[in-house]
Ligand binder design. Structure first.
Ligand code: AMP
Length: 274
């Protein structure tokens, strides 16, 4: 496995990869969710590049950029075990040599709702770094988790609208046995808060159980779970169509939830049939 920390080293390593190349962008602090992406990439391509970069552009001024977990040595060992060919792990000055970029990707209207409404500028930062990483790694396919469903949707839209010519593959969310979606930010939770955080996956299950009664019933069922869970404060719970448009009367849909447990903000989502 080659560890490239500069764009030049990456370009050299990339030249030696032939056949179908997949990229898995991450911010490190790898868990079983990331491993699932790496395995999917491994089986869908001849070579896998994993990027490891905590992107300052997508953190708000009061967010957790400074405390975001960094487990570099462990991440490298996991990547190696999963058959990653090249890791690209640039420092901030390597990724943004001219400082924070003045030119950024506008995510459009879908970037202003849900996570974009709660975290202004978030998707500008996400799409800008994803575009740079796609240019630098020149993959045939890029793998993203459904855990960040709005991000996956917006990356697909960017690739389509800007003719990037990269296959975007969505990978199902990996959960703990009790339903909690794996997240690097789960490490912020105390044992008690971790139990409280189950409200998100329980709300999604409660909504799915009544999906046949329509979107309002699904939202109400999810809301009830939060009313019965002191310590979890709901930011939003919405039902959309699978592309984040308005919920259909019936058929395939998506429920997305964001909630705060203590100071930790958590998101989750699941497919739903109305
Ligand atoms: P992050 O390091 O948090 O930026 O995540 C890197 C990639 O892993 C993103 O595409 C995420 O959607 C994906 N990911 C994060 N958590 C999970 C999970 N529990 N299951 C599947 N994919 C995940």
């Amino acid at each position: 496995m080659i560890v490239a920390t500069t764009r030049e080293e990456l370009a050299k390593a990339r030249q030696d990869l032939s056949g179908r190349v997949a990229v898995v962008p991450t911010m490190g602090a790898l868990h079983a969710g990331h491993v699932s992406l790496l395995k999917a990439a491994r089986s869908g391509a001849d070579h896998v590049i994993m990027t490891l970069f905590v992107n300052p552009l997508q953190f708000g001024p009061n967010e957790d950029l400074a405390t975001y977990p960094r487990t570099w040595a462990r991440d490298l060992a996991i990547a190696e075990a999963e058959g990653v060919d090249v890791i690209f792990a640039p420092a901030e000055a390597e990724m943004y040599p001219n400082g924070a970029p003045a030119v950024r990707i506008d995510p459009g209207p879908l970037g202003g709702i849900l996570e974009g409404a709660s975290r202004p500028g978030f998707f500008h930062g996400v799409l800008t770094v994803v575009l740079k990483l796609l240019h630098l790694t020149r993959p045939d396919a890029a793998f993203f988790g459904e855990k960040d469903y709005q991000q996956l949707t917006l990356v697909r839209a960017m690739v389509r609208d800007l003719d990037l010519g990269v296959d975007i593959v969505g990978v199902p969310t990996v959960r703990e046995p009790d339903g909690l979606a794996l997240s690097s930010r789960n490490t912020y939770l105390s044992a008690e808060q971790r139990v409280t955080a189950l409200a998100l996956s329980r709300a999604l299950a409660a909504a799915a159980a009544v999906g046949g009664q329509g979107a309002a019933a699904a939202r109400a069922a999810a809301g009830e779970v939060f009313e019965g869970t002191p310590g979890a404060s709901l930011d939003y719970v919405v039902v959309t169509d699978p592309d984040l448009g308005p919920a259909p009367e019936q058929g395939p849909a998506r429920m997305l939830i964001a909630a705060r447990v203590g100071t930790t903000r958590l998101i989750d989502n699941a497919a739903l049939r109305l």
